[in-house]
Design a protein around this ligand. Structure first.
Ligand SMILES: Cc1cc2nc3c(=O)[nH]c(=O)nc-3n(C[C@H](O)[C@H](O)[C@H](O)COP(=O)(O)OP(=O)(O)OC[C@H]3O[C@@H](n4cnc5c(N)ncnc54)[C@H](O)[C@@H]3O)c2cc1C
Length: 427
């Protein structure tokens, strides 16, 4: 017995990670002739695209996090264990976790990507990332703590450093959080803090490139720039952060800005587990796999989602975009391919079907690029809203999110602006 999982006659598929890719695979394997084991260090799947709304008090964390045990209640031969996987032993077909070992017949690595601080220890120590629910909640606490500190601060420079919010990265995450902060500054905060002058609050995006949303068209970048500037967001283009000490951020042009809050929305790196040969790793810590998501050196190991660099799709020679759709589509195909493999049939190669790209800016604008059309503004925002609502797991969550959005839209006044810190002694 490993991790107290019974041995059965059907082959065991162990999936590391219950993100978009791992969850889709597990759902598709469902009641098929495998024993499916999903290992994740969290006990819930998290819907990252709406994480910025948790960080800016627009949504409750429970609206975008779903317990694995509830998701998989309906399946037989299915086991979930909350563990961190530490090492893979490909020759023995075994894994070491922080709570014991487990063997596999097929291993699927779906560990996603983590924050990349490009080796800068200071930035890693002081900047606030937003890749998990706990990081989003920590950011929410920090944002509201800054306003409390600004209010009580008697020193003008100290007050201003509390009111300066710097966001590193002008991709969708940076753009979305900047828009949400700006809406809060304009419509909510002056009511909560009538004694404070919010014209002094600065929201600054620091973008290394010469345009925002560089994975989208120049027209979408232009509109994102326009919408954000209309909301009062400042954007520093062609600027890179070189250091941050928790009080002041410095740039490659030697300028600096005093800020207590540096939000890190720049760069990801594949979540790595020890044990695989160094040669399997490519740029961004992604693992090279063939067109069947299979590791060339170990045929019972498959890799899907953000951490996979799939070769053989001629439109994406450098790997697929690190987004939800490629992860979901890879998970879906791999389930079919594992069944084919069991039946001694040929596996099908992965071809990514691009369903589009979008980002929202503030409470009622977005930029949307679908395979056959590109549009921006209010209608784009409605499309963004429907697409995200449809992707959320569970009717109750969809209903709660829709209700929150409608309430927020008409009243500008969700009451989630709470600072709640954990005092857990049980761990
Ligand atoms: C803030 C933010 C906003 C985003 N917005 C969008 C968007 O609007 N649209 C879009 O398409 N994409 C968006 N993305 C990207 C999208 O979320 C990812 O592409 C997607 O989550 C990748 O899925 P995945 O399954 O590969 O990895 P993930 O969803 O990251 O899941 C990986 C899982 O592996 C687990 N794990 C990792 N290492 C271990 C280990 N050693 N042991 C046990 N468990 C482990 C983690 O706990 C996690 O549950 C966003 C990402 C972020 C961070």
């Amino acid at each position: 017995m490993s991790l107290n999982i019974p041995s059965v006659k059907v082959p065991r598929v162990v999936i590391i990670g219950g993100g978009f890719a791992g969850l889709e695979l597990a759902n598709e394997l469902g009641n098929k002739a495998f024993q499916t084991v999903i290992l994740d260090r969290n006990n819930h799947h998290q819907f990252q695209p709406l994480m910025y709304q948790v960080a800016t008090a627009g949504l409750e964390p429970s609206s975008i996090a779903f317990p694995f045990r509830k998701i998989f209640q309906k399946f037989r031969h299915f086991h979930y264990r909350m563990v961190s996987v530490l090492k893979i032993f490909p020759e023995k077909k075994r894994l070491l976790t922080d709570n014991g070992e487990i063997y596999y017949d097929y291993l699927v690595i779906a560990t996603g990507a983590g924050n990349n601080f490009f080796g800068n220890a200071n930035i890693e120590k002081y900047a606030m990332p937003m890749k998990s629910i706990s990081e989003a909640l920590a950011l929410r606490n920090t944002i509201f703590q800054r306003f409390e500190n600004a209010l009580t601060s008697e020193e003008e420079t100290e007050k201003q450093a509390n009111l300066n919010f710097a966001i590193v990265g002008g991709g969708p995450t940076g753009v979305e959080i900047a828009g949400a902060l700006a809406e809060m500054k304009n419509a909510v905060l002056p009511k909560d803090y009538p004694e404070m002058d919010f014209t002094k609050m600065r929201i600054i995006i620091i973008q290394g490139d010469d345009r925002l949303l560089s994975a989208m068209s120049p027209k979408s970048s232009e509109k994102a720039d326009l919408y954000l500037k209309e909301l009062g967001v400042e954007i520093l283009y062609n600027t890179r952060v070189t250091d941050y000490d928790g009080a002041s951020v410095t740039f490659n042009n030697h300028d600096s800005i005093a800020t207590k809050t540096l939000i890190w929305a720049a760069g990801v790196i594949g979540n790595r587990i020890a044990g695989l040969n160094e040669a399997v790793y490519g740029p961004g810590g992604r693992i090279f796999v063939n067109e069947f998501n299979q590791c060339a050196a170990h045929e019972s190991i498959f890799v899907i989602g953000d951490v996979a660099n799939v070769q053989g799709d001629e439109l994406y020679p450098n790997g697929h975009p690190q987004m939800a759709q490629p992860a979901i589509q890879q998970g879906k195909l791999l389930a079919k391919n594992l069944v084919r493999l069991q039946n001694n049939e040929a596996m099908k190669p992965f071809k990514y079907k691009n369903l589009g790209n979008m980002a929202t800016i503030g409470r009622n604008k977005a930029v949307v690029e679908l395979p056959n059309s590109k549009f921006q503004g209010f209608f784009a925002w409605l499309v963004w809203l429907v697409v995200h609502l449809r992707s959320i797991i569970g009717v109750k969550n969809r209903f709660i999110i829709l209700l929150n959005w409608i309430w927020n839209y008409f009243t500008y006044n969700l009451s989630l602006r709470l600072i709640i810190r954990s005092k857990d002694k049980s761990l």
